[in-house]
Design a protein around this ligand. Sequence first.
Ligand code: PLP
Length: 375
Amino acid sequence: MQKIEFNDLGAQYQHLKPEIDQGIADVIAGCRFISGPQVEELEQELCRYTGRKYCVSTSNGTDALLLPLMAWGIGAGDAVFVPAFTFFATAEVVSLTGATPVFCDSDPQTYNMDPKSLEHMIEKTLQEGKLKPKAVIPVDLFGQPADFPAIEPICKKYGLKLMEDAAQGFGGTIHGKKACSFGDVSATSFFPAKALGCYGDGGAIFTDDEELYQLLVSLRVHGKGSFKYDNVRLGLNARLDTLQAAILLPKLRAFDGETEHRNWAADRYAKGIHGKVQTPVLKEGFTSSFGYYTVQAKTPEERTRMIDGLKAAGVPIIIYYPKPLHLQTVYKPLGWKKGDLPVCEHLSETVFSLPMHGYITEEVIDYICNTIQNL
Ligand SMILES: *Cc1c(COP(=O)(O)O)cnc(C)c1O
């Protein structure tokens, strides 16, 4: 068995090498390193892919999440509801605006934000009366869209803005509707390890709201007005650079084929390790891009034993995420304690992710399944 990669970016490059090399060469020859024509072309292709009207490409996924919060004027005294079981950036952007993240527990089957916990946290925040509920940021964790059919009505009921954190969701669907098209606005990341990744940092924002789109375009370049040196508000330097756009264009063309392959791999894993660990559960009508293949051991001790066994057999394993956000050191002042969000706390002690990418072979999957079966 050759060395097993968790996410084999080298295999993908070998597949797409001529187009990627040509794209990079074109950017260098054209010298339009910032806001070159490839950036606009990519934004149009991303709109076509997701079904959204407007796309604003960005410097990374974190800025893609931050800019809409800035556009909405969210700040001190506001509450923004986020899952506790996600990557730190989902909550970090809330804190960066001066607002307070309010953490919600996870659905024990899909690991996504539990709509019942969301409604409970909104009611609790209203009763306490210290913070004003403003927005919700559900995350499409591991590739499966969050439960938008349940969350959208809750946002309507309480008058809250809804932003989809699709950093891991790109390529998933709900009843055929694509990730990055849910809520008022969606943000994704093109970090290299994501299902659709570039060769550095990158991200994108999607919306159907023209007014919000115009604001985001301004905020992306230092709050520009009618031209670059007319500054009408505070913004960021949050552009996607042209090289990354040129790299993403051929990767986007290959994306559906790779997603199909990851779904095939997920099926094969599920058949091969069924009974030993809990395999991913998709909600009825939902599909996943399976950017990550995350399974759950029966107990924390069992997880340690399995990870040790897999690592000894040369299988790379990553734990997404070993510490839920409400228990992170930086959020100590918010007063959360262990036991507050029991489902996600249990997940953080029992889940682990197996190698997964668009070029993983049958041989590798079967080797990993056999290793798990014999543990
Ligand atoms: C990766 C990720 C982000 C941040 O994206 P960057 O491009 O790394 O800034 C935000 N949210 C989630 C859920 C992510 O997985």
